[in-house]
Design a protein. Structure first.
Length: 226
């Protein structure tokens, strides 16, 4: 899927990759297994109750899968709402305002200001604290990727167990000028105004990464929480 044209943006993407700082230690299980039949988290609350939500804002009905994990209800797909400030990746590692196959699979990429208001009524961009409630519910941020990543769609052996139906996919990210790392990384916005207000998952690790200096110029995925 990835063409040789990726070499043209490899330097930018490499810089982006190293801008993320690891929030955990080694790639390890940590002794917490929230699987427990796929219905209960280490904290004892129920998780993974599926549902749907219909978004009619862009003139057509877009149906999103949802999942209730303990006290939170999340969209189980990345947002794909076409609005100014959002982009789709292209086959030549560029960006487009129009819909592409990348958006069909991974959703759109948003700048932070757009992400703050992109979720439909009754939903919102999660704060960093709300993300961390999710990570705690599934056993901690050191192993959250294992249980939140989709069972397919990640390159190599990077697929997760998708224990709670969150189905995180690696939509890649953009520096604002080029697009890449789809299949390898998923990066999502939080609404928190700290300097590190994005977080991500890698095909190589189970722990959660937190963003760094690229935040303000980046285009990342959006997950809405109710």
């Amino acid at each position: 899927m990835k063409s040789t044209k990726f070499a043209q943006v490899a330097g930018i993407m490499l810089a982006l990759t190293f801008a993320f700082s690891c929030s955990g230690g080694d790639d390890k299980d940590g002794g917490n297994d929230p699987n427990n039949g796929g219905t209960s988290s280490p904290s004892g609350c129920r998780g993974g109750t599926s549902g749907t939500f219909k978004d009619t804002r862009d003139g057509t009905t877009t149906t999103y899968k949802t999942t209730k994990i303990c006290t939170q209800t999340w969209m189980a797909e990345n947002l794909n709402y076409a609005v100014a400030g959002s982009k789709c990746g292209t086959d030549d590692f560029g960006l487009s305002d129009a819909n592409t196959t990348f958006c069909d699979k991974y959703g759109r990429l948003y700048d932070w200001e757009t992400a703050m208001t992109a979720c439909p009524n009754g939903w919102h961009l999660p704060s960093l604290e709300e993300w961390e409630v999710l990570f705690t519910a599934v056993g901690g941020k050191e192993t959250a990727g294992k249980y939140l990543k989709a069972k397919s769609g990640w390159e190599g052996d990077g697929n997760g167990e998708d224990t709670f139906g969150f189905s995180a996919l690696p939509g890649g990210y953009s520096s604002g000028r080029s697009f890449g790392e789809f299949g390898d990384y998923g990066v999502w916005w939080s609404s928190s105004a700290e300097s590190s207000r994005s977080l991500g998952m890698s095909r190589n690790y189970e722990y959660i990464h937190y963003g760094g200096s690229i935040d303000r110029g980046g285009l990342f995925s959006v997950r809405c929480v109710q």
